[in-house]
Design a protein around this ligand. Structure first.
Ligand code: NAD
Ligand code: UDP
Ligand code: UDP
Length: 421
């Protein structure tokens, strides 16, 4: 059973200790203490029942971790939920500084981290999600907070609200999820984005869409810069997502030209971190879960294809900087640390073993790397050119892949110990 997170020593790419994430840029303060954020994703969601059926551990929030009072009873398999005894402290902002922010897809992996950051900063946050790939548990720690609202809604249907900023994330992002119902994926990208742009037009809210490196398809230009138009198969199995995002960008710039909607477009490259659905089929979650469980790690094809991996806190820094900047052209947000998938599998295995050794966990077998068929249209290489983000947002990733992976492994290990994996 994991309890309050122990102090973790994290250094950035230059070897400097990371104690806060975010920064004050373009008149918007996005800086929060890293431990305050970690308390929200590394802490256990419940404690185990002792022999008397009561919580076995002190569940008060005196230690500052805002531990949930939910109790799990292993014998009966029952869980008794409560909300937090007290919400984590959020900044008290003057009404003139407090923004009304709508986050679509806010119960997903990226969305929930954005919500944590905006909430700790003192803004009013409304999450709109249909819980297709997201889950209420990613944001349940804010339910009941006066600055927070959670709405079950499908973005393909119109939605009315008054707001100042819209982060439009709603869309499944992992290949198995977006290929599960390809027609719905295109509908979400087109009709969902149309509705949120209509909302932005009516309210004069600033609109940011999370587009993707997939708009570059299987790229013939390496690394990929924003002026590259891409190489996408319009009828392949990835097209529902790639072409969906491409048409979502087209709509976004259509509303900018036609209706003067204030738009921002983030082209996100592969991002990983805690709260990624462990079974969503993407490579980072697959590899970590396989290695932690002692199962074989599945490399697709010969593993020579490359990806570049960004830690989620860097992405949130980039999204908030972009939203509050004057840059309305597309901006790549990603980490240039590029790996072949086979190298990456070896790195993940090494880090999982390190974290297990530190915790004194004995491995029952050594994890093997095996090969499976390569999915169709899988891009052969991917690395962002982040010159534009550096110049216009003064943003560059700070987290090394190793540091981010260690934190993600600790998160999944804690979930496994909770019986949640
Ligand atoms: P995710 O699947 O964890 O989150 C997506 C969220 O959107 C989920 O909560 C899901 O329930 C919700 N959603 C899906 N369809 C919806 C609909 N029709 N109506 C309302 N809600 C809906 O994925 P993620 O990794 O958090 O991705 C978030 C956004 O970032 C997506 O737009 C994705 O395309 C983009 N992106 C992510 C990555 C990455 O590596 N994580 C890379 C590029 C782009
Ligand atoms: N829309 C919405 N919320 C709003 C405003 C508009 O969901 O607050 C939807 C609206 O239902 C429409 C879409 O956004 O389907 C596009 O709106 P727009 O005003 O651009 O187009 P129109 O309604 O004129 O077709
Ligand atoms: N991949 C893999 N094993 C897995 C999952 C994915 O080798 O268990 C490969 C996949 O073929 C791709 C890369 O890892 O080349 C990244 O896949 P992911 O689904 O994470 O993202 P995307 O292809 O959208 O970048």
């Amino acid at each position: 059973m994991s309890s309050a997170p122990t102090k973790i020593h994290t250094v950035d790419k230059e070897g400097k200790e990371i104690t806060t994430v975010g920064f004050n840029r373009f008149g918007f303060d996005s800086e929060v203490n890293l431990e305050a954020l970690r308390a929200l994703y590394l802490r256990a969601h419940y404690s185990n029942a002792g022999p008397n059926g009561k919580s076995a551990q002190n569940s008060s929030d005196e230690d500052g971790t805002y531990q949930s009072n939910s109790i799990y009873n292993k014998e009966t398999g029952g869980i008794s939920y409560t909300t937090l005894t007290r919400f984590p402290p959020v900044k008290l902002l003057a009404p003139s500084e407090r923004k009304r922010v709508l986050v679509t897809g806010g119960a997903g992996f990226v969305g929930s981290h954005l919500v944590d950051r905006l909430m700790l900063l003192g803004h009013e946050v409304t999450v709109l999600d249909n819980f297709f790939t997201g889950s209420k548990t990613t944001v349940s720690h804010w339910v009941g907070h006066p600055n927070f609202e959670l709405v079950r809604h499908d973005v393909v249907e119109p939605f009315m609200i008054e707001c100042d900023q819209i982060y439009h994330l709603a869309c499944p992002a992992s290949p198995p999820h977006y290929q599960y119902n390809p027609v719905k994926t295109v509908k979400t990208s087109f009709m969902g984005t149309l509705n949120m742009l209509g909302l932005a037009k009516r309210t004069k809210a600033r609109f940011l869409i999370t587009s993707t490196s997939e708009v570059y398809g299987d790229p013939e230009v390496h690394p990929q810069h924003e002026e590259y138009w891409g190489h996408v198969n319009p009828i392949g199995i990835r097209a529902c997502y790639d072409e969906g995002k491409r048409v979502a960008e087209t709509l976004t710039y259509g509303y900018q030209r036609q209706d003067k909607v204030d738009v921002r477009v983030a082209r996100i490259f592969n991002t990983y971190g805690p709260r990624m659905n462990p079974y969503d089929g993407r490579v980072v979650s697959n590899f970590i879960v396989q290695a932690l469980k002692g199962e074989d790690m599945t490399v697709y094809g010969d593993g020579k294809q490359t990806r570049s991996f960004q830690y989620v806190h860097d992405l949130i820094d980039g999204l908030i900087a972009l939203m509050n900047s004057d840059e309305s052209r597309p901006v790549n947000i990603g980490n240039g640390d590029e790996f072949t998938i086979i190298e990456f599998a070896e790195l993940v295995r090494e880090i999982v073993e390190k974290v297990q050794d530190e915790a004194g966990i004995k491995r029952t077998r050594s994890v093997k790397i095996i090969h499976k068929d390569m999915p169709k249209d899988d891009p052969k290489q991917r690395r962002p050119d982040t010159t534009r983000a550096k110049e216009t947002l003064k943003w560059q990733p700070r987290w090394s892949v190793r540091m981010g992976l260690e934190e993600m492994v600790r998160y999944y290990k804690a979930k496994m110990e909770e019986g949640n994996l």
